[in-house]
Design a protein around this ligand. Structure first.
Ligand code: PLP
Length: 455
């Protein structure tokens, strides 16, 4: 792209540093400027239309241009644009959304703490777990077990829980309170000749060994995404979560389900915890909570945790944690309206039925010479690109072919995401079967281009 003087592109390069971007490359190629969105589509400043095959960042569940959310925000802005929830203050939207979340989340989750982002929510998880164990007189029970390839955010604590190299390299992370264990990705980490059941047994043994090595009395919690997102869309083997929970309960280790991507219907059930029989002690939610029309996240946690934390706040004089915008009235009002839309329009069911169609269509690429594995559930999926199907060998350097494929898809009017050669699909939950077919057609063209480029 030619960057014209004083264009939006030139001003962006001059003034804005971007997240998750090679800054020098950005100086050379400039940004793609998105101007507006409608339904599953977004449009750039040249008027070109794209299917947003990633719902933004796995997040715009109800699609773009949803007037009801605009109106909910405007109503709340006019009435009370801001108020906080510190020091015994509250407001109706935050109260109503907290109540709603407790009602719709899995049994045993009874209290809500609001933050602005998923990263802050996971920081809050760490701090609640630490505060809780201090309250119970267990000052050594502070470590977290997370998975390699897990994604929990980028702040100093949540970025330590994350098990992805780019989030840690150059940042002196992770902090030593985290142990990362194997991600339950059978295709990548199963041994030759090993069954899925044996793989699950091996991972359960690894968890038990790490607990034994560290000492259960030093471990506060296990955290994981039921289906991983940014780490490559990994659906765990049947029985994995049951084994993890059994081991954690036996060792008095809290189970944290990070459903920042999975939550609110993405995999075809309201929460992925329902699908995998997870009874979390803490559940982390964000993204589709407002369809990302407003920044908002929440930690929903058990009454047992709440009681210990509440007692300790009385002992210490306060629960000294919170954000200026915790429970922000506009964000929580938008969240309530967004959840009403998800329920009224049956979007969870849509994610199940149209999701089944997407999964079937993606599996149509399974025999393609560049495709190592197709995986996913509901309206989230991935196609992993490999150099050699038989040996599962990746292209060198990893990510290069995926980047080409991603750029070709964009040329064909489809925004997807490349995660080290695993190409993710996570469209808005309003998508129809016909629109899925168009996603598939555009992706097929990009894949053909990529094959020709490699040859
Ligand atoms: N947890 C999961 C599972 C996520 O996918 C993300 C973001 O993608 C986060 C946490 C962090 O959320 P945020 O980017 O809002 O800080």
């Amino acid at each position: 792209m030619t960057v014209l003087p004083n264009s939006l592109q030139a001003r962006d390069i001059a003034y804005q540093m971007h997240p998750y971007t090679n800054a020098r490359r950005h100086e050379r190629i400039g940004p793609m400027v998105i101007e507006r969105g409608e339904g599953i589509h977004v449009y750039d400043d040249q008027g070109r239309e794209y299917i947003e095959g990633m719902a933004g960042l796995w997040s715009v569940g109800v699609g773009f241009g949803e007037k009801r959310l605009v109106e909910a925000a405007t109503r709340q802005m006019s009435k009370l644009p801001y108020y906080h929830t510190f020091t015994h203050k509250s407001h109706e939207p935050s109260i109503a959304l907290a109540e709603k979340l407790v009602k719709i989340t899995p049994a045993g989750l009874d209290h809500v703490f609001f933050t602005n982002s998923g990263s802050e929510a996971n920081d809050t998880v760490v701090k609640i777990a630490w505060y809780y164990n201090n309250a119970l007189g267990r000052p050594n029970k502070k470590k977290f077990i997370a998975r390699v390839g897990g994604y929990h955010g980028i702040t100093v604590a949540s970025g330590s829980l994350t098990g992805i190299q780019v989030n840690q390299k150059g940042f002196d992370l992770p902090l030593p309170f985290v142990r990362h264990i194997t991600t339950p990705h059978f295709y990548r980490f199963g041994l030759p000749g090993e069954s899925e059941q044996a793989f699950t047994d091996r991972l359960a043994k690894e968890l038990e060994d790490v607990i034994a090595e560290e000492g259960a009395d030093t471990i506060a919690a296990f955290i994981g995404e039921p289906v991983t997102g940014a780490g490559g869309v990994v659906v765990p083997p049947v029985g994995y979560w049951e084994r993890v929970q059994e081991i954690c309960r036996k060792n008095d280790i809290l189970v944290v389900a990070d459903e920042v991507i999975n939550g609110f219907g993405r995999i075809g059930t309201m929460f992925a915890s329902e699908h995998f029989n997870i009874r979390p002690d803490m559940l982390v939610l964000s993204k589709q909570i407002t369809s990302s029309y407003q920044p908002l996240a929440a930690v929903v946690f058990s009454d047992a945790i709440y009681q210990a934390v509440a007692d300790h706040s009385e002992t210490l004089g306060t629960f000294g944690h919170g954000y200026t915008a915790s429970g922000h009235p506009v964000a929580t009002a938008v969240g309530l309206e967004n959840l009403a839309i998800i329920e009224e329009r049956g979007l969870v069911q849509n994610a199940a039925t149209v999701g089944a169609h997407l999964q079937k269509a993606l599996r149509g690429f399974a025999n393609h010479p560049l495709v190592g594995e197709v995986r996913g559930v509901g309206l989230i999926g991935a196609v992993e690109i490999v150099k050699d199907k038989a040996t599962k060998e990746k292209f060198d350097p990893p990510g290069k072919v995926g980047t080409y494929l991603f750029e070709r898809a964009q040329e064909h009017g489809l925004i997807i995401r490349n995660m080290q050669d695993s190409i993710a699909f996570c469209p808005p939950m309003i998508i129809t079967e016909k629109q899925v077919d168009e996603v598939i057609a555009r992706f097929a063209r990009a894949l053909e281009d990529t094959q020709a480029w490699i040859a």
